[in-house]
Each structure stands twice: as structure tokens, then as C-alpha cells.
Ligand binder design. Structure first.
Ligand SMILES: [Zn+2]
Ligand SMILES: [Zn+2]
Length: 803
């Protein structure tokens, strides 16, 4: 990188340059202006409310000691609804003080009734620990708040069960520990007044569907002990939060959505990295019969986030973000860069550090990387350093979204569209101290959706945020959850209504499978052992990353990503330090690594196979068929490439011997007759490339229709599929049993494929690029691809398909 313009850094966090000036300097660096749009999000004055009359003096005084003089309007409104016994969800922006909305009624009740109890659920242990500190500092007599999670020492657990009246835990602990041990918790559950569900928008997709049933199991146990707790939920801004909270809890929930907290103004820029000079493309592998683009949930961490493998057209968003981070840090601006993948966050931090050190040796120390897999002590240290200004720049995955209290930054860089407008606003919401202007920049990745968005700002700034999607009726969730419930207490016909749609069918299947036995009093679990159900199980158990020479635990990687990131020979980055994996031991769940900094990076490849299990629904449109149904997807990481970091040149491809993974899920697919393709001018030899290119772009644009991101979805295209006996493009949910994304694609097929067709046709490239038909996660190295023929394929579909 060119050296940064400013060489000095202001000491500690002070007011930085005005965002408009900062943006002007940033965009003036290159020849072409990378900014496609600037939106000004105005400042908002707060609307305070009086303390509710029911809030006891003692509690008001405790909050006043913490600096809370009066609640904001939305806090008072939600708190009073909850205090009056209504289930309520407060869905407002980042740092709008949602905690007070549940702390107020919960703590007032604990003070008024010395026997009452409160259960608080957070999606992460870190957030529960934060909330514990917040409640503990109020120093209220007799509340005795305590965290109860996997880290709680055995010796303390009994004391907590008996004496704590404010227990903070997570859905996993509720599922694995508290509900199975309900007899020991009967005293606590009998007196349960409130259940608080923090960051409830994180319970989406399959994980959300599991949590929905864990909450139904909790309600069932409470009812057995005679308790009917009030549910108070806190959510990021989302579409229709009352419906989502209702699906999650199974209860009628009132929503409070009017954010009355003050906010500084934000200058929001859309940034498209510059075009690179044309370059000759690298050699391509032989085209296979079918081309698959596996989804590997939980997916974002699988992404390398870098597009080095593609014939790049634009400068990578990672490099651009790293430069922006270096420049803002050099200006003394406290900046947070959100990067979608772990590896990407490490790369951004490392590049920014290098650039700063080149300018002023030692300056690079003020930039670090942060992500979910770090150990708690490391995370805390980074948060502390940034808040105190020792650290000025942080590159992070979205781990920070989960409520860790880090707000009031001067600038936020968002490297790549985070998949939903809800996440985008949540990330941008980290910028802006009260009364101060801040800067937010969305840096577009070389990707069809990002490119579409930076040129259609109305799709960002003029559209409502998405609703949280979860489907408690997913049979792959319902059956195991009913099994867990049956172990806790036999299921009765009345319980089936509680668990909702599909419960009776799932129970019948469990009976047929020999897991449940029907008796006059209900359905009983037949086995000695409990069923093994992991709420976040689709990725498998996390894999520990251990340094062989010292035995030191560096961090963890979720099981689903481990095949991609920790295969033997993989180069693994941790805090900018490079390690090479000696061995991935899947049986023991650990990867042994050694510190080493080779001058290559590694990129895993997988192969995918797909078979149709059943068709749920279809549209017969003459030469075109559109289908929704169940499919079996088999995928396997089979090899990895080593590439020179400096040039991207492929050194070699090495085979891997890893087990296959199976996924039964829901897919949408379309078929075309070979005659219709020939008529449209697609030569038989070009059919595979046409379908493959259409598939890539369709996957890239689906997030416009469904609340998923492209990493939730996989695809496969083939000139002749044995099950459809026709040229076919499949797009499937990357989650067992599906998460509703393929259904949404099927329901909006004409609009979805129209946007796909337009995105390809409007792209200025000649033969296809990452902004239209290339995919960063292609299992076949983006080969074969035919951009003009993809447009022909989609035209055939759109001409025949009813709108
Ligand atoms: Zn293009
Ligand atoms: Zn592909």
C-alpha cells in the first residue's frame, strides 16, 4: 500500500476529524472515486420518560448510581407492559438500552416478592457474563445474581440452584442441564416470574427452531410446577418482531419498536473498490459432469473471504478495507472493521498493521483482530484496549454483534454486505457516540449482490429490515425435541398442542421407530439413555486448535468448518500469527498445529452429489419445470490448493482423505428441455457452463428475497441429472430439514430469477466476473462458466414461467 497520509496518532480516544472530511480524504486516494452513494442518517434526540410509578425507590436509586437518571420512552413502555403481565419484545437499535426494559420489571418483582425468581437467557456466555456484571453492580439485597453455564464449577452449582434468584444462562445449558435436571430446579421454576430472552433475533433458522422448542419444554415444566412466567424479549431492529417472538415462544407477544434513545448522526457511504488492470487468467481444470457449490453450515467461517482464486476484476474488498482501516487509524479515528470470515478478519488486521508499520514503525500495534473463537480473556483484553484507546482499530467477524458492549466508535467499516439489512444496521449502529457524528462505509465485495446493492442504494436505505425466519415445525427439529421432552416427563395429548403443528406426526414416527411407547397416560421414552440433541449441532462439535509444542489451546473452530479450515496442511491464522496444521483428529475433536509462516495460503475444495427424495410442489411450464422438494446432498472436502500469497499463483493441489458429510434438506430446482435451450441458441457444449453460471448468480441474488445469505445456500447444476432426466439447476438450503430459504425462493421464483437475469445482463464485464456469475465458494474453480448463455437460460425460464 501507499504510505498513509498522516503519521501521528492522537493519544487516546478524542474527537476525530468530522466524518465528511474524513470521507473526502479517504475517497481522494485513488484515481477513480470509489464512492457510489452517500446517505446521511440524521441525529436523533432522545425522548426520556418518568420512572413508572410501580418502580420502587430503592431500584431507581440503584440505577441512578449507575448513571441512569430516567428511562427512555421505549424502555418505560416495555417495562410497564411486562410488569402488568404481558409478554413483550423490545426491538430497537444497537445501544438503545434494551437491558433496562427487562431489568426494571424483573428486579422490581424480585424486590417486591422475596420468593420470586428470574431466568435470563443469552445466546453466548460472554453476553451472560456482561449482564451478570450489570445486575451485580446494582447491589440489590437478596437478588444474588449468578451465571449458570458450562464454566460454572460443580461446587457452586447447588448453591445457585438453591439461593440465586436471578440466574443467567444460555439455551444450550437450559436444554442440556436445567430441563433434564428439573427436579433439582423445582424450587426455582415453581417461583419463576420472568423469562428474559436477550438478543432473540439470533435464534433464527434451524438453531432458532430448536430454541423455540426448548422454550416450550421450559413452559411445560413451569406449568407442572404451577408457574406461568412472563416472557420479555430483546431484539435488534427487525421486521415484524411480534410475530417472530410469538413463533419463538409460542405465546402472544406485544412489540415495542419505537426507539427513543438519542443517536449521533452517521454519514453512510457505499464504496465500490476500483477495477484492476486486465490480466491473463490462470489455467482451468477439466470441467466435470455436474458442478456443485456446497454450502457448509455454519457457513460464514468457511469462506476465505478472499477472492484470490477468481479472475479478479476489482480490487478485493479485504485489501480495500485493510487500507481504509490503516488510514482511519493513522488519523486517530477509533475504527471497527466488520469482516465476514474469521480468516478475512485476520487478513485485514495483518495488512493494516503492516501498512501502518511501514509508515511509522510501531503504529501497527494499535490494530488487532477479534473473532468468536478467541478465548474469553483475549476478547476481554481487546475490548478493554479499544475502549481505552490503546487500540484504535479492530477487525472483527460479526461476533461483536452479540451484545458485547462496544459502541460509540468513530468509524465502522463493513467489508461486504453482511447478508441482511438488519445485520447491516446493527453493525453500522456501533458507530456514533452520543452527540457526535460518525462514519460508516459499506465496502462492496466482488459479488453479484454487493454490486447490485452499491448501485441500487434504495434497496438498502429505502427498504424495511427483514423479519427473523424460524420454523418450529421442521420435522428434523421437532422429533428430537419431543424425544427430549418425553424424557423430562411423559408427553400427553395436551402437550401436542403446545409443541404445535406437526407434533402428532412426529410423535407417531417416534412410536414407530421404537423410541416412544404409548400408554393410557401418555407417551413414554423407552430407552435408558437420553437422546443426544445439539441445538447448534449441524456443524458438529467444535474442534480445538492446539499448538503441539506447548499444548496451548489457541481457540476453537466449529465442526462444520473444520474440514475446510483445519485439514492437515492447512495454513491457519490466529491473531495474525500463522500456523500450519499437522493433523486434524476428528475423533478427538482437535487439530494439532505448529507456528510457521509459509509464503502460501491454502484453499480447500469439496465435491457435491445430490439426489431427489421427493417433490413437494411443482409448476409445469411447458419446456420449463420449477420444483420444490426434498433432496439428499453428499459433500466431501477432497483436496486443497496451495497458492502464493503475493501472486495468487497455484503451487499445487494436494488430495485429502476426509469423511463425507450427508445432508437431507429442501431444494428448489428448475429444468429446461434440451430443445428449448437449442432454440435459444445455447450450443450443447455450452449447456454446462450456462447452467453453472445461472446457478451461481441465482445463489448470489437469493438473499434479496429470503433472509439468508449465500453461505446458507448450496447449489448444483448439470446438463443431465439422473433424477430429473433434464438439464437442471438445484439451489438448496444448507441446513438439515431446510430453514425456509428454498421455499421462499420457490414462492418468489419469477422475481428472483428476473433479478438474477438483470444482475448478469447489467454487469459490465465481458466473460463473467465475481460481480455476476463467478462464485467465491465454487467447488469447481468457476469452470465452466458462460455468461451470455446464462442469460439465454434465464430468458427461457422467465418466458415460460408464470409471473
Ligand atoms: Zn460480471
Ligand atoms: Zn460453481
Amino acid at each position: 500500500m501507499e504510505s498513509s497520509s498522516a503519521a501521528t496518532v492522537s493519544a487516546g480516544p478524542g474527537p476525530g476529524p468530522a466524518p465528511v472530511d474524513l470521507l473526502r480524504r479517504l475517497r481522494a486516494r485513488g484515481a477513480a472515486d470509489p464512492v457510489t452513494h452517500v446517505e446521511r442518517v440524521p441525529a436523533r434526540a432522545g425522548v426520556p420518560a418518568p420512572w413508572p410509578s410501580w418502580a420502587p425507590t430503592e431500584l431507581r436509586a440503584a440505577f441512578a448510581r449507575r448513571g441512569v437518571v430516567a428511562p427512555w420512552q421505549h424502555q418505560a413502555e416495555a417495562a410497564t407492559l411486562a410488569y402488568e403481565g404481558q409478554h413483550v419484545v423490545v426491538a430497537t437499535g444497537t445501544a438503545s438500552g434494551k437491558s433496562l426494559a427487562y431489568q426494571l420489571p424483573a428486579l422490581a418483582t424480585l424486590l417486591a416478592d422475596p420468593r420470586a425468581t428470574v431466568l435470563y437467557l443469552a445466546p453466548t456466555k460472554a453476553l451472560a457474563a456482561d449482564q451478570l456484571r450489570a445486575v451485580a453492580t446494582l447491589e440489590l439485597e437478596g437478588v444474588r445474581p449468578a451465571c449458570y453455564d458450562g464454566d460454572t464449577p460443580r461446587t457452586e452449582r447447588e448453591w445457585i440452584r438453591r439461593h440465586s434468584r436471578f440466574v443467567l444462562t444460555n439455551p444450550d445449558m437450559l436444554h442440556h442441564g436445567i430441563l433434564p435436571g428439573h427436579a433439582q430446579w423445582s424450587g426455582f421454576l415453581r417461583r419463576l416470574a420472568y423469562v428474559v430472552i436477550d438478543e432473540c433475533h439470533t435464534y433464527r433458522g434451524v438453531f432458532g427452531s430448536h430454541v423455540a422448542h426448548v422454550l416450550r419444554r421450559l413452559r411445560r415444566q413451569c406449568a407442572r410446577f404451577g408457574a406461568t412466567p412472563v416472557f420479555v424479549l430483546a431484539s435488534a431492529t427487525s421486521g415484524d418482531p411480534a410475530t417472530a417472538a410469538g413463533r419463538l415462544t409460542g405465546l402472544p407477544v406485544t412489540a415495542v419498536t419505537e426507539d427513543a434513545s438519542p443517536r449521533g448522526g452517521v454519514t453512510f457511504a457505499l464504496w465500490e473498490p476500483p477495477l484492476l488492470p486486465p490480466e491473463s487468467s490462470s489455467s482451468s481444470p477439466v470441467p466435470p459432469q455436474a458442478t456443485g457449490d456446497g454450502s457448509s453450515p455454519p457457513a460464514p467461517s468457511q469462506a476465505t473471504g478472499d477472492h484470490d482464486e477468481l479472475r479478479q476484476v476489482r480490487r478485493s474488498a479485504l485489501r480495500e478495507t485493510a487500507d481504509l482501516l490503516a488510514d482511519t487509524v493513522a488519523e486517530g479515528v477509533r475504527t471497527l472493521a466488520f469482516v465476514r470470515s474469521r480468516k478475512g478478519a485476520e487478513v485485514v488486521a495483518a495488512n493494516a498493521r503492516r501498512a501502518l508499520d511501514d509508515a511509522v514503525p510501531g503504529l501497527g500495534d494499535r490494530v488487532a483482530a477479534y473473532r468468536g473463537g478467541y478465548l474469553r480473556e483475549e476478547r476481554r483484553e481487546l475490548e478493554r484496549a479499544l475502549l481505552h484507546g490503546d487500540l484504535l482499530g479492530l477487525a472483527s467477524t460479526n461476533a461483536l454483534e452479540l451484545g458485547v458492549d462496544l459502541v460509540g466508535l468513530d468509524a465502522v467499516l463493513i467489508c461486504g454486505y453482511p447478508g441482511t439489512r438488519a445485520s447491516l444496521w446493527q453493525q453500522a449502529g456501533r458507530a456514533g457516540r452520543s452527540g457526535q457524528e460518525a462514519l460508516a462505509v459499506l465496502v462492496a465485495r466482488d459479488d453479484p449482490l454487493d454490486t447490485y446493492l452499491v448501485h441500487h442504494p434504495e434497496a438498502i436505505f429505502g427498504a424495511p429490515v427483514e423479519a427473523t425466519v424460524l420454523d418450529p415445525a421442521n420435522p428434523y427439529v421437532l422429533a428430537p425435541q419431543l424425544a427430549c421432552a418425553a424424557v423430562e416427563a411423559p408427553l400427553t395429548p395436551a402437550d401436542l398442542a403446545l409443541f404445535g403443528e406437526g407434533a402428532k406426526e412426529a410423535v407417531d414416527e417416534l412410536v414407530a421407530a421404537g423410541a416412544l411407547r404409548q400408554r393410557p397416560t401418555g407417551w413414554y421414552w423407552r430407552h435408558r439413555e437420553r437422546p443426544e440433541v445439539d441445538l447448534r449441532g449441524e456443524g458438529g462439535a467444535p474442534v480445538a486448535v492446539v499448538e503441539s509444542s506447548t499444548g496451548r489451546l489457541l481457540g476453537t473452530v466449529d465442526g462444520g468448518s473444520s474440514h475446510f479450515l483445519l485439514h492437515s496442511g492447512a495454513v491457519y491464522l490466529h491473531q495474525g500469527v500463522s500456523y500450519v496444521v499437522d493433523q486434524l483428529d476428528l475423533a478427538d475433536g482437535c487439530a494439532l498445529v505448529r507456528a510457521e509462516e509459509p509464503d502460501w495460503s491454502t484453499h480447500a475444495r469439496d465435491v457435491t452429489d445430490l439426489s431427489v427424495v421427493s417433490v413437494r410442489s411443482y409448476v409445469d411450464a411447458g419446456p420449463v419445470g420449477m420444483f420444490l422438494g426434498e433432496v439428499d446432498v453428499t459433500s466431501q472436502v477432497v483436496s486443497y490448493q496451495r497458492r502464493r500469497i503475493a501472486t495468487g499463483e497455484v503451487i499445487d493441489t494436494r488430495p485429502l482423505d476426509l469423511p463425507t458429510r450427508e445432508l437431507r434438506t429442501v431444494a428448489v430446482w428448475f429444468t429446461l428441455s434440451p430443445q428449448s435451450l437449442a432454440l435459444a441458441g445455447v450450443q450443447p457444449a455450452d449447456v454446462p457452463g450456462a447452467l453453472h453460471a445461472a446457478e451461481h448468480a441465482a445463489i448470489g441474488l437469493l438473499p434479496l428475497m429470503a433472509t439468508c445469505d449465500r453461505w446458507d445456500i448450496g447449489g448444483l447444476s448439470t446438463a443431465l441429472h439422473p433424477d430429473t432426466e433434464a438439464p437442471t439447476v438445484f439451489v438448496y438450503d444448507g441446513h438439515p430439514g431446510g430453514a425456509g430459504f428454498a421455499e421462499r425462493a420457490y414462492g418468489t421464483a419469477a422475481a428472483w430469477l428476473r433479478a438474477t437475469r438483470d444482475a448478469i445482463a447489467e454487469c459490465g464485464c465481458e466473460t463473467g466476473c465475481p460481480s455476476c456469475v463467478q462464485s467465491p465458494k465454487c467447488g469447481n474453480g468457476n469452470n465452466p462458466l458462460s455468461k451470455p448463455d446464462a442469460i439465454r437460460v434465464l430468458d427461457v425460464v422467465l418466458t415460460n414461467l408464470p409471473a
